[in-house]
Design a binder for this molecule. Structure first.
Ligand SMILES: [Zn+2]
Length: 205
């Protein structure tokens, strides 16, 4: 017979010690008494707050990917580049790997992070069952490793600084939207996955 899950118990990720599952107050941290690892963290952000931030991140991602990131001016030639135009331009110069990595880390993975969180948070907010809860959570854990908006932003900033001596570079609204997206994603990811597991567990389809 398969072992039954015990939501009343919490296992340490480091040493497998078992503790009663209590939910720390906002700002509190529950640590393992044997090895000191963090077991659970109390967050100020409630589920509806997480949902609001995640919807905000989706809107900001739409703005970031649809607006121009930089405008280049060289000898009267005015060139505006959105994320997708920059990726297509990179692809046509033969840098296929760079184009694919930029598309994945700056658009596909952040979108997947936001959509998978909404997949769990929306039904929870409306008191509906969460379909395919466990596969969605496993996929979320995987895509979180590859969502690198801040690395993409750093790359754009380095490119802007390096181009500044050659051409006139004007930073566009898309880059500011990416800054806002990086802040929103950091705030959302600060709410650890255990909290999301706990929320979704109670609403599994
Ligand atoms: Zn431990």
């Amino acid at each position: 017979m398969a072992p039954q899950p015990r939501p009343d118990l919490l296992a340490c990720h480091e040493c497998d010690a078992l503790y009663p599952h209590r939910h720390p107050a906002p700002g509190d941290i529950q640590r393992c008494r044997r090895c000191g690892a963090t077991l659970a963290r109390g967050h100020w952000l409630r589920p509806d707050g997480q949902l609001a931030l995640t919807v905000g991140a989706l809107l900001v991602l739409a703005i970031a990917s649809g607006s121009e990131i930089v405008t280049l001016e060289l000898q009267g030639i005015h060139s505006v580049a959105t994320l997708f135009e920059a990726i297509v331009a990179t692809w046509t110069t033969g840098e296929h790997a760079v184009a694919v990595i930029a598309l994945a880390t700056a658009f596909c993975f952040p979108l997947a992070v936001v959509v998978l969180r909404l997949w769990v948070l929306l039904p929870v907010a409306f008191g509906r069952p969460v379909r395919a809860f466990v596969p969605a959570m496993r996929a979320l854990r995987w895509v979180l490793r590859w969502s690198m908006v801040e690395v993409f932003m750093l790359g754009v900033l380095i490119a802007v600084v390096r181009s500044a001596g050659v051409t006139q570079v004007v930073v566009g609204p898309g880059l500011f939207a990416y800054v806002a997206l990086a802040v929103l994603l950091a705030a959302i990811e600060a709410c650890d996955m255990d909290e999301l597991w706990r929320l979704g567990e109670g609403h599994r389809a």
